[in-house]
Design a protein around this ligand. Structure first.
Ligand code: AMP
Ligand code: MG
Length: 353
């Protein structure tokens, strides 16, 4: 099970099934509906909708979850009939025509690759596979295997045709892996449909990557999100201690890090995030949290900054509007590194405890 859900914990709710709450918001009554955790995209998703009546809130939750499932059907590389699997199978032989959401994610992915100097790269699939099979065999990949595999990796080898919405690989045996961006994209699509459906506020959480919009829950000024301490051991459900609590309004947050998901090969931990320039996993930071205006940005940038490391990563974040970072260094010395505007998102009440 993907345990990224453990990285960020919503602190203002207990884990719940469908929970319905009525409250007064200014002069108007509001309804708050919580989907509880639902298994989707190999992890847990949770949607909270705030609306003027319960049928609107319920509908918003249903269409948000349906939207997340739709993105998963298109983009999962675990599902053999997904569009991404079809690309992985056929795109070297001939151009593969894809739907507009898949084309959009791939276009955004290439933009992030260019922005991050190749740190973010969805063509990483063959390297992910190499480490996965190395873990199964219990033998670390050789330098030669890494070098050979890297020949099948590189975003420049992925060709997108805007006119025809087709995707082509320029090298055989390439493989796309959207694990670093698809959750963020699904969150943004879910928020979009909730807003169209009439939600006045809401939150979408997929595996700990979260976007919230509009009115916060009852008696709150903001949506409060706990940031997990990656250096503290977690329980069997992946829940750990919160290092701090963030307050968000109309923003998204995503966390990447090798602290929960890694391959253990010959006694050495290899993070699931790979630097395609070296072919090895990137282990410079325990976790990277990005706050941004949308979840696609936050998700892709969190993965990219994990590869780029603290200096280059922070330098990039400082250049981007409405984007902040919270980096946590590896043990033994826990250090929280913040981008210049990150402080305003930290809830001082929790810190002082
Ligand atoms: P995240 O948890 O969002 O950082 O995504 C990590 C997942 O993204 C990994 O499990 C891989 O599926 C994929 N991935 C690994 N390395 C990279 C990379 N350099 N760029 C983009 N995706 C990656
Ligand atoms: Mg990511």
């Amino acid at each position: 099970m993907n345990t990224k859900i453990s990285r960020i914990v919503i602190v203002f709710f207990a884990l719940s099934l469908i929970a319905l709450l009525y409250f007064s918001f200014g002069s108007k009554k509001k309804v708050e509906l919580d989907s509880g955790y639902q298994l989707v995209m190999g992890t847990f998703a949770r949607v909270v909708a705030i609306a003027e009546d319960s049928s609107t809130a319920k509908k918003c939750i249903q269409i948000a979850l349906a939207e997340i499932r739709k993105v998963d059907e298109l983009m999962s590389d675990y599902k053999i009939d997904s569009e991404i699997s079809r690309i992985n199978c056929d795109a070297y032989k001939a151009p593969v025509k894809v739907s507009s959401p898949t084309f959009e994610v791939l276009t955004r992915s290439i933009e992030f690759s260019k922005l991050t100097g190749g740190a973010f790269d969805v063509t990483v699939g063959p390297l992910v596979d190499l480490f996965r099979s190395a873990q199964e065999k219990g033998v670390a990949p050789s330098k030669e295997q890494i070098a050979q595999t890297r020949l099948k990796v590189g975003y420049q080898k992925l060709k997108l045709d805007n006119q025809n919405s087709t995707v082509t690989f320029s090298v055989d045996d390439m493989r796309l892996d959207l694990g670093g961006i698809a959750k963020g994209y699904a969150i943004d699509k879910a928020v979009e449909v909730m807003q169209q459906c009439g939600a006045t506020g809401g939150m979408v959480d997929i595996g700990g990557d979260i976007r919230c919009f509009g009115a916060p829950p009852k008696h709150r000024k903001h949506w409060l999100i706990g940031l997990q301490d990656p250096n503290k051991t977690t329980d069997e459900f992946g829940m750990g201690e919160s290092l701090l609590v963030l307050k968000l309004t109309d923003a998204a947050i995503a966390t990447s890090g090798g602290y929960r998901r890694f391959a253990l090969i010959e006694g050495k931990k290899y993070s699931h995030i790979i630097d395609t320039k070296t072919g090895y996993s990137s282990d410079q930071l325990a976790s990277v949290t990005i706050i941004s205006k949308n979840a696609t940005n936050a998700d892709a940038l969190a993965t990219a900054v994990s590869v780029m490391g603290p200096e280059k990563g922070l330098a990039l974040i400082e250049q981007l509007p409405q984007t902040e970072a919270l980096l946590i260094t590896l043990q033994p010395k826990l250090q929280l590194i913040k981008s210049s505007g990150a402080e305003k998102y930290i809830n001082p009440d929790f810190q002082n405890r």
